[in-house]
Design a protein around this ligand. Structure first.
Ligand code: ZN
Length: 449
């Protein structure tokens, strides 16, 4: 047992480097014309130099591979003798190709592997035969081994479950010509074998089609995505253009990654009224991704106005928004939610989406559908009266939000002023919304296109 030949000397016979080392070796003819090639049933091997081979997760021995279907096993053969197997399997991410020589006197001294999404992707020589020294994966195994597995990412091949991967697997195998304990000290040969797919026919194609198995439920599914905005949505709207929209509400929403809507009245902004936002502040909200929503010029009760005055309030406020570049002004908020058939018709002349009620004006409470099917009937919930400054009021608000989102509905949360005295509680409410429903918060820009 101690005087076995050195496998290190054996592998130096290999033509991997294109250099034949005839150090007292009398078997170099075997390397150039390996037994089994003369039959003509398999492509002849060309001895030539190769660039440094690309290796992929080469393992020293056959690992336990968690694949999702039984392996496809091909005999490793030269057409005359069979030294072992080449088995192919896959899991959700990778293809595994294992060379294995269980026979007592056979070892693998080098392996060459090509995997491609098309048969044409397998490197070939001028005659059209598979050209193993040009395969993208390959290794010399010194000393020779009984098993080696290549791991090839499915994404790298460009195939997925149900599709076909084409592969060609060549091995240089070595064995003592006298297969016995005594033969280990005698002469050896190195010869080419292929993982051959179909040995029952005379056509021995060394390129095999492997169907990538589906892993079905045997793999851990990816974590669910965040709630899609398509299930249910909410908007957060600040009516009347108060200064606290910019000074108090905006920083809170901004820091939580939320965007809101400002339903503004142009007259106080144009005239610089003390309690209202300045033009630059409205601009800053718009720049930050907020929507600017039409809410009439002067915030009068439309039902008290003449038809001409009512139309001017609606028309001019829309025009102001669009002149500022905040358009299109498709959405409208009814002042005091005070409107009848006359006002509704006039609003609809200029706008397509209107909020003019709260959900609790109806029994049962009426939420808008999502996507919106009745755009003139968007309804709001008013956390100020929940009231959000109490834990109970915030919980009630969150219950309305959850109901809308869980049931694929749309709810507008409407605010007026956000006083500094209630800012901590306002921030707490917004944090609750952002924590769970950030993906469901949109602006009127996304709704009233
Ligand atoms: Zn208002």
């Amino acid at each position: 047992m101690s005087n076995r030949p050195s496998f290190g000397n054996l592998v130096r016979w290999l033509p991997l480097a294109g250099i034949m080392l005839a150090v007292g070796c009398t078997r170099t003819d075997v390397l150039l014309n390996p037994p089994g090639q003369s039959s003509g049933t398999l492509p002849a091997l060309q001895a030539k130099s190769i660039p440094a081979p690309v290796l992929s997760s080469l393992k020293a021995s056959a690992p336990t591979i968690a694949t999702c279907a039984p392996a496809t096993v091909y005999p490793l053969t030269d057409g005359t003798r069979t030294a072992g197997t080449v088995s192919v399997s896959n899991d959700a991410t990778s293809l595994y190709v294992t060379y294995y020589t269980p026979s007592t006197y056979w070892w693998v001294a080098n392996t060459q592997l090509a995997v491609a999404s098309t048969s044409a992707g397998i490197p070939r020589d001028a005659s059209g035969a598979a050209s193993p020294w040009d395969f993208p994966s390959g290794a010399a195994h010194e000393p020779p081994i009984k098993s080696v597995t290549y791991t090839i990412a499915l994404s790298k091949v460009g195939v997925q479950a149900g599709q076909t991967a084409y592969l060609s697997a060549m091995a240089g195998v070595v064995h003592p010509t006298t297969e016995s304990e005594a033969g280990l000290e005698g002469s050896w040969e190195w010869l080419v074998m292929w993982g051959v797919g179909n040995t029952t026919t005379t056509a021995k194609d060394v390129i095999h089609a492997y169907t990538v198995a589906s892993c079905g439920g045997t793999v851990t599914p990816p974590p669910p995505p965040p709630p899609p905005a398509t299930k249910g949505v909410i908007t957060i709207t600040f009516d009347d253009g108060f200064a606290t929209t910019y000074s108090n509400a905006y920083p809170v929403l901004r820091d939580l990654g939320l965007r809101g809507n400002a339903a503004v009245n142009p007259t106080p902004i144009n005239e610089g009224w003390g309690d209202y936002m300045k033009p630059a502040q409205v601009q800053a909200l718009w720049t930050a991704g907020w929507a600017v929503v039409s809410h009439t010029m002067d915030h009068q009760d439309l039902t008290t106005l003449s038809a001409a005055a009512m139309e001017a309030e609606i028309r001019d406020s829309k025009a102001w928004i669009e002149a500022k570049g905040y358009g299109p002004a498709t959405a409208f908020v009814v002042p005091f939610h005070s409107w009848g058939a006359r006002e509704r018709a006039m609003i609809q002349k200029y706008h397509t989406y209107t909020r003019g009620h709260t959900i609790d004006e109806f029994s049962p409470e009426r939420f808008a559908t999502w996507p919106v099917t009745q755009p003139m009937d968007i309804n709001a919930f008013e956390p100020e009266y929940a009231p959000y400054r109490t834990a109970q009021g915030r919980a009630l608000t969150m219950a309305k939000v959850k109901y809308a989102i869980d049931n694929g509905l749309y709810l507008d949360l409407m605010f007026h002023k956000v006083p500094a005295a209630t800012l901590p509680q306002f921030k707490e409410l917004m944090t609750s919304i952002a924590t769970t429903y950030k993906a469901n918060v949109v602006t009127w820009k996304e709704i009233a296109k």
